[in-house]
Design a protein around this ligand. Structure first.
Ligand code: SAH
Length: 366
C-alpha cells in the first residue's frame, strides 16, 4: 500500500524522508508542496527521478473531485469527492462575505442512525484519515484556483478556503483521534494555516468525547445537533438519545464553555408533528436559559427514504419568535444550495444509485 503523506506534520514528513534515505530538507519541501495542493508531478522543486519514485510509493493528494454541482441560487458548490480506495464522500463549498467555507465529511457513512439523515442509511463504511480530511480542503482550493480568478485589487492570489465546518457525513467525535490530528494539521506553520477559531465541529452529542475535546486546548466552535426540547422527543429521531440525556449534553456544553470560553451552537431541524410546536420552543428555551449559546433553526430537509416531514416558513417564524421572546439567541440558518441536494448524504446516494443503475443497464451489476 502506498504511504499517505497528507496526514503527516512537517516534522513527521522530514522523519519519513530520512527513513527513505533522503535529506531531511526534502521532507519540508514535500510538506509545503502538498499543502499548496501539488501532486508529485507538479513538485518542480524536486528532481524528476525523485518525483517518479514518490509517485510509485506514496500519495500526495488522496482526494479528487469526482463530481460537482453548482447551485444556480447562490453559487454554493456541492462536491462528490473520491478517495483512493474508491469510496466517496461529500463536501459543500459556500461563499460568505468573510470568505469561503467548506463543509467536510469525517467518515464514509455514519453509524449514529439519526432517522432524518441520509448519510447513515447504510451505516458507517470507514473513518476518514486526517490526511483525507485535509485532502478535501486541498481539492476545494484546487477547484477555486481553476474556477475563481483572483479578486481585482486583491493580492493576486486565488481565493482559498478560510473556514471549515465538520458537518458533512460522519460523526466527528466517533473518529476522534484522526479528527484531532486533522485539526492540528490545519495550523501547521508551513501548512494551510487555517485558524481553529474559523473551524466548527458538529456532534450529535457524544458526551464523553465532548469532555475530552474541552481538554484539547483547541479553540473550535462546538455545535450540537439537539433537534428536540426533551429526551422523549429526541429518542424518536436520534438513537444516541438512548445513551445520553439532554441534561448530560447541556452539562458537557457548560463545561466546554468554561474551558474554552466559546459559546455553543445548537442545531435544531424542525419537523412537522415531531418538534415544531410552540410549546416545544418554550421548553427548549427553558432548558437553554442561562447558557451562553445560539440556536440555528432549519426546516428539516425531507430525505426520500425517510418518512419525516419538513415545516412551513410560518412554523419556522413562529418557533423563532418564541425563542426571541424568551431571550434565546437564535436565527434561521441560511439554507444554501437548496437546489443541489445540499442535505447530508443526499448527493452521494444519488450518485451511487445512478451508478448502480448504469451498471445494471450494462449487465455488469455486482
Ligand atoms: N454527526 C454530526 C455532523 C454531521 S450532520 C452531527 O450530528 O452533528 C450535520 C447536520 O445536519 C446535523 O445537525 C444533522 O442533524 C443535520 N441533518 C442531517 N440530515 C438532515 C436533514 N435531512 N435535514 C436537516 N438537517 C439534517
Amino acid at each position: 500500500m502506498k504511504t499517505e503523506l497528507t496526514g503527516m506534520t512537517a516534522a513527521e514528513l522530514s522523519a519519513w524522508a530520512r527513513e527513505q534515505g533522503l535529506p531531511a530538507f526534502r521532507g519540508k519541501q514535500i510538506f509545503q508542496a502538498i499543502h499548496r495542493g501539488e501532486d508529485f508531478a507538479e513538485m518542480s522543486s524536486l528532481p524528476a527521478a525523485l518525483r517518479e519514485q514518490l509517485r510509485e510509493s506514496a500519495v500526495a493528494q488522496p482526494v479528487r473531485i469526482r463530481a460537482e454541482r453548482v447551485s444556480r441560487l447562490d453559487g454554493t458548490v456541492k462536491f462528490l469527492f473520491s478517495l483512493e480506495d474508491g469510496n466517496c464522500v461529500e463536501g459543500v463549498l459556500m461563499k460568505y462575505h468573510y470568505g469561503y467555507s467548506l463543509c467536510i465529511s469525517t467518515q464514509v457513512g455514519c453509524r449514529m442512525g439519526c432517522r432524518f439523515c441520509a448519510s447513515t442509511l447504510e451505516g458507517c463504511v470507514r473513518n476518514l484519515s486526517a490526511g483525507e480530511m485535509l485532502g478535501e480542503i486541498l481539492a476545494a482550493d484546487r477547484y477555486l484556483r481553476e474556477k475563481e480568478p483572483p479578486e481585482e485589487g486583491g493580492d493576486g492570489q486565488a481565493p482559498r478556503v478560510s473556514h471549515v465546518v465538520l458537518m458533512g457525513s460522519g460523526e466527528p467525535l466517533d473518529n476522534y483521534d484522526q479528527v484531532m490530528k486533522f485539526l492540528r494539521l490545519l495550523r501547521e506553520p508551513d501548512g494551510l494555516r487555517i485558524s481553529l477559531r474559523n473551524v466548527s465541529l458538529s456532534t450529535c452529542g457524544l458526551v464523553p468525547e465532548m469532555y475530552r475535546l474541552a481538554e484539547e486546548n483547541l479553540p473550535v466552535t462546538l455545535c450540537v445537533s439537539l433537534h428536540a426540547p426533551n429526551d422523549e422527543i429526541r429518542r424518536r429521531t436520534m438513537p444516541i438519545a438512548n445513551r445520553y440525556t439532554i441534561s448530560e449534553i447541556l452539562e458537557a456544553c457548560r463545561n466546554y464553555l468554561r474551558k474554552t470560553g466559546r459559546r455553543v451552537i445548537f442545531e435544531y431541524a424542525l419537523s412537522e408533528g415531531v418538534n415544531s410546536r410552540e410549546e416545544d420552543a418554550r421548553e427548549l428555551a427553558s432548558r437553554l436559559r442561562g447558557l451562553q449559546c445560539h440556536v440555528n433553526l432549519i426546516p428539516l430537509n425531507p430525505v426520500k427514504e425517510r418518512s419525516l416531514k419538513g415545516v412551513t416558513e410560518k412554523t419556522v417564524s413562529r418557533f423563532l419568535r418564541v425563542l426571541e421572546e424568551e431571550h434565546i439567541s437564535a436565527t434561521r440558518r441560511r439554507e444554501m444550495g437548496d437546489d443541489i441536494e445540499g442535505a447530508c448524504g443526499q448527493l452521494r446516494r444519488a450518485a451511487l444509485s445512478a451508478e448502480e443503475r448504469a451498471a445494471g443497464e450494462d449487465g455488469a451489476a455486482g
